[in-house]
Design a protein around this ligand. Sequence first.
Ligand code: IDP
Ligand code: MG
Length: 144
Amino acid sequence: METTLVLLKPDAVRRNLIGQIIARIEAKGYVIEAIDMRSAERLTLEAHYEEHLGKPFYEPLIEFMSSGPVVALQVSGHRVIEGFRTLAGQTDPTVAAPGTIRGDFGRDWGRAVVENLVHGSDSSLSAERELYIWFGESGEPREA
Ligand code: IDP
Ligand code: MG
């Protein structure tokens, strides 16, 4: 059994796509273990995206992720880390396959950062690290 971190980014919340995206996760058969809508603190986002520090889109990415509430989910199932990445589709929504979340709901808006609706952990190490950042060891939401 695996658990992954899924984030519904501020564009997904603004566009009222929370329900449609979660419906796809549930329809696939994965289990929502925890869910929490919150305004992410900058420190949380810096920890979450530390691998991208120094890249040209880093600051726009932090700003975008701070631009409105996000929904953090703990999702479980065998091979869910890989499986959710497949559901999400490629990073660039212009080339993400139709049938994926990013392919069906996303597009290029010509902004400094790619707005692509969802985040999913990319490995078991990332999942463990990110679940700790967003939910803490207990599995309880970390920020009130
Ligand atoms: P991922 O979300 O598919 O794992 P990452 O490479 O980890 O993609 O990048 C994190 C996020 O940063 C992306 O989801 C996207 O929002 C943004 N991003 C990634 N690459 C670029 C880029 O080349 N230009 C602008 N934004 C980018
Ligand atoms: Mg990534």
